[in-house]
Write a protein that binds this ligand. Structure first.
Ligand code: LLP
Length: 434
């Protein structure tokens, strides 16, 4: 069976001493004792290093996709590292601004932005709004929405590209709710409309083909489509395209089976493909290439800690190991069939020679965090189970299903831990009742 958890799946500061795993110089099992479980633990150094890798790979600009993992501490961290932030709702915009981030560092997304969201974004002076539909352009044309200022916009285009990923995570195919299809002429028409509106400044094009992507073909095809459209805009409308935002989407390794390219490799592929694409298309003014990663910054830096509470063996069928969280703190296995690995925080170097199913504590048979997980043979009640690569789309998609209070978020760095989001309390569960 399988050996210990691979270092490849762990944040880079992880050390293992006498079997006990520490991250950022802080012992994981001690974190569980001190702050309770489930607990979202983030390695601050890993987060910062990933931001730096993106900055180095994409010097024209990086927008961190806040939907992957957002709280005030994270917003401040990415901005300190020189990234701007992509928000997908008025709520995300609020959290980012509440953290003290200037609106000029924020790009606003959404396929159905409300009048209020547009008005607040425009008044706050955001860096750009990524326009997603003709209806949105109609709204932006109304004087009460943009006011007297001039709003920089990017046009989100749908390049008609198939990304190799889960169907729920693919957004660049023709049949998508996002963006203006290039194939129908709508993308071109949208740029034309922006050029006619005095309150809008045409900043460029945006596309996002999907998420958790390992292969370069989808990005290459998207860049080809963006470059052709850029050339067409130059010729037909006499406009320069300042920026091509390629969206996010780079995948990460959740398990040993995942072969995700490093950030620097992804960046090199993008620049190579972009160079070829603009040359082939005959683009005159070379746009800046920006990117918008979420998962590949946040996921590998996060580890979720659970405590084992019940072990039930059904002879000849399987062993269920139940932990104190599940579907509510990480819906990804139930939603996408996402796979993870786990290790015991105090025996991180142990062979994982037992196959069990790690279940959550929710009232659904589908609440299985890891089917057929490899764990040490002596796994016991009270052990702290650590699930790596959970830093993206866990905390941000968490719910209160079965009225479980949502876990705390702890940042660890240089031997100390700080709570950046406190655990919900029972009082929080009834706090909104009137
Ligand atoms: N930009 C846009 C416009 C997006 O829609 C997204 C993700 C990103 C950037 C960031 O993509 P990333 O680098 O994280 O792949 N909940 C799903 C992922 C949904 C992604 C939604 N959009 C999951 O847990 O896998």
């Amino acid at each position: 069976m399988s050996g210990p958890i691979s270092a490849r799946l762990l944040p880079r500061t992880v050390t293992i001493t006498g079997g006990r795993a520490a991250v950022g110089g802080v012992d994981l099992a001690t974190l569980a004792d001190e702050f309770g479980t489930p607990l979202y633990v983030y390695d601050e150094h890993e987060l910062r290093e990933r931001c730096r890798e993106y900055r180095a790979g994409f010097p024209d600009g990086v927008h961190y996709a806040a939907k992957a993992f957002l709280c005030g501490a994270m917003a401040r961290l990415v901005v300190e590292e020189g990234l701007d932030i992509d928000v997908a709702s008025g709520g995300e915009l609020h959290v980012v601004r509440h953290a003290g981030v200037d609106a000029s560092r924020v790009v606003v997304h959404g396929n159905n932005k409300s009048d209020d969201e547009l008005r607040i974004a425009a008044t706050a002076g955001v860096k750009a709004v990524v326009v997603d539909s003709h209806d949105e352009l109609d709204r932006l044309a109304r004087p009460e929405v943009v006011g007297d200022g001039r709003l920089r916009v990017l046009i989100r285009v749908n390049p008609g590209v198939e990304a190799h990923t889960h169907e729920y995570l693919a957004t660049g195919a023709v049949d998508s709710k996002f963006g203006f299809p290039i194939a129908t002429g709508d993308a071109m028409r949208a740029v034309e409309r922006v050029a006619e509106m005095r309150q809008l400044e045409f900043g460029g094009l945006h596309c996002h083909i999907g998420s958790q992507i390992f292969r370069r073909e989808g990005f290459d095809a998207a860049l080809d489509a963006l470059a052709s459209l850029t050339a067409q805009i130059e010729v037909a409308l006499g406009l320069e395209v300042d920026e091509l935002d390629l969206g996010g989407g780079l995948g990460i390794a959740y398990t040993e089976a995942d072969d995700a390219p490093p950030i620097a490799q992804h960046a090199a592929w993008v620049h190579e493909a972009f160079g070829a694409a603009v040359t082939n298309a005959g683009v005159r003014h070379r746009p800046r290439v920006t990117t918008e990663p979420g998962r590949s910054i946040a996921a590998p830096a996060g580890i979720t800690l659970y405590r084992v509470g019940t072990i039930k063996t059904i002879p000849g069928v399987r062993t269920y190991v139940s932990v104190d969280g599940g579907l509510a703190d990480n819906p990804r296995p139930a939603l996408y069939g996402a796979r993870y690995e786990a290790f015991v925080a105090t025996r991180a170097d142990a062979d994982r020679d037992q196959l069990v199913t790690i279940a959550g504590k929710h009232c659904e048979q589908g609440d299985l965090l890891i089917r057929d997980a490899e764990v040490p043979g002596d796994l016991a009640i009270g052990d702290v189970l650590a699930v790596p690569a959970t830093g993206a789309y866990g905390h941000s998609m968490a719910s209160n299903y079965n009225q479980l209070p949502r876990p705390a978020v702890v940042f660890v760095s240089d031997g100390s831990a700080r709570v950046v989001v406190r655990r919900e309390t029972l009082a929080d569960l009834v706090g909104r009742e009137v």
